[in-house]
Design a protein around this ligand. Structure first.
Ligand code: NAD
Length: 375
């Protein structure tokens, strides 16, 4: 398998965590005889420093010429006083838009070893493995008209409008992604809407129901977004693939993040566009950049998503995820995961040490598999 990966480390802890994750991908390539190539590009504050723009043309060309884009994080307070379109974050928004991915995938997994890190009780989070499929290019965030008239409205003291709009085709394409993924998992899609109030949601529900007919092996259920917000905290185990429009997905996927227990553990992928874009969910964490305290597991789990969604290497992706779980089970923690009450049993390790431990676990698991095959 050949894969060309553009690595855009970005700012703060971005380069530190993407380095560990690309090392994991190199290990996967070595162990499985795959040919992965990595080419680095600049984005965010580091790109402003070097080229005066948060998304240089060379970075965009590199991204478009790759099979997958692996982005660390952007954000540098030194550039906070620039106008919004020139700030580091503009690089991220622009590349997301240029690559055109419409389906944002955000897993929310409960690792038993981190159960005490979640504010939810362990018996609630036990066994949770949800995959959010959030529509990313439509809805309220992009709909027109949109404006804020400070002197508008009946009292002349302000009026604003945003538009929630979807076409049937936009719903069909993201719904198909959700059903295709569900078919490979527990074969259940929960579609979230507000069809009791919003016409947009009525279109959403009718369209998703129609798409479901092409996937008879997958069960479809509909949930209203308000009750879904509650169910996610009460009975998260009931959900497998959760399909949402843009705004609802933004809110619910962050809500479900508390199940995992740390921002540093969360991966994401945006698929369906010209090139898939992969990013850990966290930002550039300037408060810990350069200290070796960054948790690379979100980035490493993002690398597993590259294997699954861009390389078609599902077994290898599962091995990386299992290696992460094993290292956690052995007690190793980065500072964000460590709990004072359990410090004796939980050695606190650096970003680099955590990366190395995952690679070791991966190599051992692969060796074990190969010797089993040889028997
Ligand atoms: P953040 O995610 O960078 O950090 C929030 C908190 O979580 C911090 O205390 C940080 O130390 C901790 N944290 C985050 N990732 C961690 C990791 N891997 N390991 C250990 N601890 C981790 O969010 P913020 O502080 O609100 O934003 C900082 C900068 O990042 C801002 O410039 C913001 O615009 C940017 N940002 C970028 C992205 C992105 O690139 N996708 C996302 C969010 C924020």
């Amino acid at each position: 398998m050949k894969l060309k990966i553009a690595v855009l480390g970005g700012d703060g802890i971005g380069p530190e965590v993407t380095h560990e994750a690309t090392e994991v991908l190199r290990t996967v390539a070595e162990l499985g005889g795959h040919e992965f190539t990595f080419a680095e590009g600049l984005i965010g504050g580091v790109a402003i420093t070097a080229h005066g723009t948060p998304l240089p043309t060379a970075t965009m060309d590199l991204a478009l010429d790759s099979d997958a884009v692996f982005l660390g994080a952007v954000g540098d307070s030194r550039y906070g006083s620039l106008p919004p379109e020139s700030r580091p974050e503009a690089g991220l928004l622009n590349i997301r838009q240029a690559l055109g991915g419409y389906a944002n995938l955000r897993p929310s997994v409960a690792y038993p070893e981190l159960a005490a890190n979640s504010p939810l009780r362990p018996e609630v989070t036990k066994g949770v493995d949800i995959l959010f499929v959030r529509e990313l290019l439509g809805g309220l965030y992009f709909g027109a008209p949109r404006w804020w008239n400070r002197e508008g409205g009946p009292e002349g003291d302000g009026e604003a409008i945003n538009t929630m709009r979807y076409t049937k085709a936009e719903v069909v394409r993201v719904a198909r992604v959700a059903f295709e993924l569900a078919a490979k998992r527990s074969k259940k899609v929960t579609s979230v809407d507000k069809a009791n109030v919003l016409e947009v949601s009525q279109l959403w529900r009718a369209t998703v129901t129609e798409v479901a007919k092409d996937f008879p092996q997958v069960t479809l259920e509909h949930q209203l977004v308000d009750s879904m917000a509650m169910h996610l905290m009460n009975i998260p185990r009931n959900f497998d693939v959760v399909l949402t429009e843009n705004l609802f997905g933004d809110i619910l996927s962050d809500e479900a993040a508390v199940i995992t227990g740390s921002l540093g553990m969360l991966p994401s992928a945006t698929i369906g566009g010209k090139v898939n874009l992969y990013e850990p969910v966290h930002g550039s964490a300037p408060d810990i950049a350069g200290t070796g305290k960054a948790n690379p597991l979100g980035a490493i789990l993002t690398a597993a998503m590259i294997l699954r969604h861009s390389a078609g290497l599902d077994a290898e992706a599962a091995l990386v995820e299992a290696a992460v779980a094993k290292v956690l089970a052995e007690g190793y923690r980065t500072a964000d995961l460590a709990r004072a009450s359990e410090s004796a049993a939980q050695p606190v390790v650096s970003t680099k040490e955590m990366g190395k431990l995952v690679r070791q676990a991966l190599t051992e698991a692969t060796d074990r598999q190969q010797s089993l095959h040889a028997v």
